[in-house]
Design a protein around this ligand. Structure first.
Ligand SMILES: [Zn+2]
Length: 350
C-alpha cells in the first residue's frame, strides 16, 4: 500500500513538472548523487539477492536514463573536488560499483564503455588473488538454487537435523551453520572451496559450471589491469571485505587492499567504501591516518558540500527500484520523500 501511494505521489509530481523543476534547480546543482551498484547477474543472481544484484537489462536502462536526462556523470574524484568547491555542473551524478565481481568486467564495463560513462569500482582484493567463488555467497546461492529440493543430507557439514531449503529462514540457518562449521575447523580457502564443491554435489548442482562461468568470483589481476587501462577508476574496499574493530587490523585491511591494487595498476588510492556500508565513529580517524580522502556509505541521500567526506551518502540501486523511483532520485525529488535513510545491506556477509 505504501509502495502504491509512493508511486502515485511520484507519478503526480512528475506529471505536474516537479521532477523537471527539481532537476534544474540551484538546490540540485549544489548536490551530487553517488549511485551504488554491486553485481550484475551472470545468471539469475538478482532473483537470489535483489538488493545486491540487478540484471544487465536494468543497468542498461539506468544508463540510458542518465543520458536521456542529460545528467553530468563525472569521475568520482572530480565530482567530489567540485562538490566541495561548490562548482558542480547541473545534474551531477557519479557511478560506483562495490566489490569488483567478475560480472563488472563481463557485463557492466562494456555497457559503460558503450555509453561513454566513467565509473569507480571499490575493489575488495582477497578473492581477486585467489580466483575462487566467495565461499559464503556461493553456498548461499547454491542453497537458493536448490530451494525446491525437499530434503538435503548435510550431515557431513555438521548439520544433522532436517533443513528446510524451501524457506529463506531455513536456508539462512543452514548457511550460518555451515559457515560456523567451516570456521570451527579453521579451513583454508582451498578447503572451503572443496566444501562448496561437495555441497554442490549434495544439492545436485554443477559446481564446475558455476566456477567456469565465474559466478560470485572477483575480477582477476589481469582483468583489473585491463580495466585500469580502459580508464576505470579502481579504489579501496578492504582486502577481506571486513572492518575489524582493532585499529591496527583495520588499517592493515586498507594497506593490504591498497598494496594489491597499486601493485596491479599503479597510482595512489585514496577513496574508500565501507564494506556492507557498516561504519563506526572510531573508523574516521583511522581512515584519515591512512590518507583516505573520501569514504562512501550505503546511507541514502545526495551529498552536499556540508557532508562529511568520510561519510558520503549514496543511492543503492536495486532490482526492486522502479524507473520512476530512480528518476525521482536523479532529479532530487526522491530526497524529500525518502523515509529510510539506512540501506538494507545488513545481510551482506563478510
Ligand atoms: Zn562490498
Amino acid at each position: 500500500m505504501q509502495k502504491f501511494l509512493r508511486r502515485t505521489v511520484l507519478g503526480t509530481l512528475k506529471t505536474f513538472g516537479a521532477f523537471s523543476l527539481a532537476r534544474e534547480s540551484e538546490w540540485r546543482r549544489q548536490r551530487l548523487l553517488i549511485l551504488c551498484y554491486h553485481g550484475i547477474s551472470l545468471e539469475d543472481e538478482h532473483q537470489w539477492r535483489p538488493f545486491l544484484y540487478i540484471s544487465r537489462q536494468q543497468l542498461e536502462r539506468r544508463l540510458e536514463m542518465l543520458l536521456e536526462g542529460d545528467y553530468a556523470v563525472l569521475p568520482l574524484s572530480d565530482a567530489l573536488e567540485r562538490l566541495y568547491r561548490n562548482d558542480l555542473p547541473p545534474r551531477a551524478v557519479a557511478l560506483t560499483f562495490d566489490d569488483g565481481t567478475y560480472d563488472f568486467f563481463r557485463l557492466a564495463h562494456p555497457l559503460l564503455k558503450h555509453f561513454g560513462l566513467p565509473a569507480t569500482v571499490y575493489l575488495t582484493t582477497y578473492y581477486s588473488e585467489k580466483q575462487r567463488p566467495v565461499f559464503n555467497l556461493i553456498c548461499s546461492y547454491m542453497m537458493w538454487k536448490a530451494r525446491e529440493m525437499r530434503r538435503a543430507d548435510l550431515a557431513e557439514f555438521g548439520i544433522t537435523e532436517p533443513i528446510k531449503l524451501t524457506s529463506y529462514e531455513g536456508r539462512q540457518e543452514a548457511l550460518d551453520r555451515l559457515v560456523q562449521w567451516a570456521a570451527a575447523k579453521d579451513l583454508s580457502g582451498e578447503q572451503k572451496d572443496e566444501v562448496a564443491a561437495r555441497l554442490a554435489q549434495k544439492l545436485d548442482i554443477d559446481y564446475q559450471k558455476l566456477r567456469k562461468k565465474r559466478v560470485l568470483q572477483l575480477m582477476s589481476r589481469e582483468e583489473i589491469q585491463q580495466l585500469a587501462k580502459a580508464g576505470v577508476d579502481l579504489q579501496l574496499h578492504t582486502h577481506r571485505h571486513r572492518t575489524p574493530l582493532d585499529e591496527e587490523l583495520f588499517r592493515r585491511e586498507i594497506r593490504d587492499n591498497r598494496a594489491y591494487i597499486s601493485c596491479a595498476v599503479g597510482g595512489v588510492k585514496q577513496h574508500f567504501c565501507y564494506p556492507s556500508g557498516a561504519y563506526r565513529p572510531e573508523f574516521l580517524p583511522w581512515l584519515a591516518s591512512e590518507q583516505i580522502v573520501s569514504a562512501s556509505t550505503c546511507d541514502t541521500g545526495l551529498a552536499t558540500r556540508h557532508s562529511n567526506p568520510l561519510l558520503l551518502p549514496r543511492l543503492v540501486d536495486t532490482t526492486g527500484r522502479t524507473d520512476l523511483n530512480f528518476e525521482s532520485w536523479l532529479s532530487g525529488v526522491g530526497h524529500f520523500l525518502s523515509t529510510r535513510k539506512r540501506a538494507r545491506l545488513a545481510f551482506v556477509p563478510d
